[in-house]
Design a protein around this ligand. Structure first.
Ligand code: ADP
Ligand code: MG
Length: 248
């Protein structure tokens, strides 16, 4: 689904991405872990097109997307769940997703109608709300959702673009244990339906969900492997997992 080849990105003298290469297989949940400042967010931004690499290539679904703009990557099926999205706080949760469905459908499709009333948009919107566990909150004004529910809504809006691959940068950030647990269940449900690249610092979450894990340290990819192999990898243990045993 995704192939990152010899990617390099520097900020002044700092190598945020240092000759990074890895592949993400179709239908897998692939986690990227690494300490703060390892270059995880910079990697995501290069995949979406927000940040331009100095060198290297990014192949998505067989196409070289290295030089194409953000909106075209999105049209090819790459979606990032943004922490700051264009959620309308005065509209219902359902209306927000219906508008995202309409936006994706494009101007040729029912643009003259009110998305909030059109069943052609509302029905798929409800499917996306169910996938993120928000169907019971469909009629709540989005501004009244909790922090965790807000993040769930952002994922529903990303799903409305019908992506092949979803990029998630620390989706549990700022969540309490109950909200995190709900998010893990949502990601379990989305797994296999589409390819997911997940950046997450909670190792229990990563080892629960991931099919493959790439470990980054100072911009370098020090290993890409299955969770069990990553757990045993000596360089990974030394550089990142440290003394602390990761619970099974
Ligand atoms: N726009 C930028 N300008 C300068 N330095 C940046 C910029 N973005 C990120 N960095 C630096 O690049 C390194 C990697 O950052 P980041 O990708 O945010 O790491 P992570 O997400 O793994 O915590 C950090 O040292 C950070 O300070
Ligand atoms: Mg980050």
């Amino acid at each position: 689904m995704l192939k990152v080849n010899s990617l390099v990105k520097s900020f002044g003298g700092l190598l945020a991405t240092d000759n990074l290469s890895f592949e993400v297989e179709v239908g897998t949940l692939h986690a990227v872990i690494g300490p703060n400042g390892a270059g995880k967010t910079t990697l995501i931004r290069q995949i979406t097109g927000e940040t331009k690499p100095d060198s290297g290539t990014i192949i998505f679904d067989g196409k070289d997307i290295s030089d194409i703009p953000v909106h075209l990557r999105s049209a090819l099926g790459l979606a990032r769940s943004f922490q700051i999205t264009n959620i309308f706080p005065d509209m219902s949760t359902w209306d927000n997703v219906a508008l995202a469905v309409q936006a994706h459908a494009g101007h040729s499709f029912h643009f003259w109608k009110d998305a909030r009333k059109d069943p052609v948009l509302r029905e798929p919107a409800l499917v996306f709300l169910k996938q993120v566990g928000l169907e019971e909150r469909a009629d709540i004004v989005a501004g009244q959702l909790s922090h965790g529910e807000h993040r769930q809504l952002e994922i529903a809006m990303a799903l409305a673009t019908r992506p092949k691959m979803l990029l998630l940068d620390e989706p549990m950030a700022g969540m309490g244990p109950e909200e995190s647990k709900a998010m893990v269940e949502i990601l379990q449900g989305l797994k296999r339906k589409l390819t997911i690249l997940l950046i997450e610092h909670d190792m229990d979450v990563v080892f629960t969900l991931a099919d493959q894990i790439t470990v980054m340290v100072y911009g370098r990819g020090i290993a890409t492997d299955a969770p069990e192999a990553i757990r045993k990898h000596p360089e990974v243990q030394a550089a990142y997992l440290g003394e602390e045993e990761v619970s099974a």
